[in-house]
Design a protein around this ligand. Structure first.
Ligand SMILES: Cc1cc2nc3c(=O)[nH]c(=O)nc-3n(C[C@H](O)[C@H](O)[C@H](O)COP(=O)(O)OP(=O)(O)OC[C@H]3O[C@@H](n4cnc5c(N)ncnc54)[C@H](O)[C@@H]3O)c2cc1C
Length: 290
């Protein structure tokens, strides 16, 4: 493993200044669960890493007056999964965070790191897609807010420039709704998703959102499936939404062998996730059960 200097700034200003000073040789680090693996495998060789976990702005979780939930980028998966605010206001994200890796990975890995790493299999990304998250970015030029559709450029690629930090994820609040996150892995524990589904539903307001993970090059909602649900939420529509999801997956399959497996699994998981989201709504507990 290459050596690198480890910097641990205590303010956003110091963190940005350190990144600017280090230039291309500097990399932010939060939990290190992706970056250190990349260093070990020779896929990254930073001269300095700038640990952002002590920057107060990146450690906040609060409900804003403008009707958004603000989640600091350095909140760990365990913290997000256990946060009463996240569980109540963005239950699908709490469920996705609870599904990441193992206890150790959830205690170190952050929601911000998961987003910036931009793996196609990242568990929080379909949840953030159905929540219509916006990304708050700070850099030498000031702050900017980027919608999810513009933040991700493709597998492993985001719109962040060198010297920029993701400071927070902003989630516009929805009226109470049911939510579900399902994940299919090769094994039961600590598995990277082969496919994941995030769903939100409220049959009273007509809210219906669904997104798949580990299928598309970047997080993407299944608008075809959502349109089906605009006609109703009864079982035949849930089944039809599943078929619409399968058609969307087929559209990007490119004949890859894994798709023979993913097509029927996507169909069934989308129907099941929507069913579970509706059950959660009916049970009056949009939030994650304790
Ligand atoms: C054993 C194991 C199991 C795993 N299982 C899962 C799983 O089930 N699901 C899943 O989704 N992921 C999984 N992962 C991947 C990883 O744990 C997550 O992606 C995690 O959320 C990354 O967060 P981190 O804080 O550790 O990121 P880091 O490794 O610290 O950083 C990741 C990338 O983001 C950059 N970065 C970090 N924070 C910021 C910031 N605030 N601003 C700008 N850039 C930043 C870093 O420079 C780096 O490029 C697993 C990893 C391991 C090792």
């Amino acid at each position: 493993m290459t050596g690198f200097r480890y910097l641990r700034p205590a303010s956003l200003g110091q963190a940005l200044a350190a990144l600017q000073r280090e230039g291309e040789g500097g990399r932010p680090v939060a939990g290190g669960t992706d970056l250190l693996v990349a260093v070990r495998h020779g896929k990254a060789a930073p001269r300095a890493v700038v640990d952002v976990t002590r920057v107060p702005e990146l450690r906040e979780v609060r409900e804003e007056e403008d009707g958004t939930l603000l989640l600091g980028a350095a909140i760990t998966h365990a913290e997000a999964a256990e946060s009463p605010l996240v569980r109540r206001l963005a239950p699908v994200l709490a469920q996705a965070c609870a599904a990441v890796g193992s206890v150790q990975v959830r205690n170190l890995g952050t929601v911000g790191g998961n987003a910036v790493n931009a793996s196609v299999a990242a568990d929080t990304l379909p949840a953030l897609a159905v929540l219509r998250a916006r990304f708050q970015v700070a850099g030498p030029g000031g702050e900017r807010r980027v919608p999810l559709e513009d933040f991700f450029r493709g597998p492993g690629a985001t719109c962040l420039a060198s010297g920029e930090l993701l400071t927070a994820i902003r989630i516009p609040l929805e009226p109470p709704h049911g939510a579900a996150f399902l994940k299919v892995g090769r094994r039961r524990a600590a598995a990277i998703s082969r496919l994941s589904v995030a769903a939100m539903a409220n049959p009273e307001t007509g809210l219906a959102r669904v997104a798949l993970g580990a299928v598309f090059p970047r997080p993407q909602r299944l608008t075809g499936a959502e349109e089906v649900l605009h006609r109703g939420f009864s079982e035949p529509f849930l089944e039809e939404a599943g078929r619409a999801a399968e058609a969307a997956v087929r559209g990007v399959s490119g004949g890859r062998p894994s798709m023979a497996y993913k097509l029927p699994v996507a169909r069934r998981c989308v129907t099941r996730a929507l069913r579970q989201a509706l059950e959660a709504f009916a049970a009056g507990r949009g939030e994650v059960p304790a």
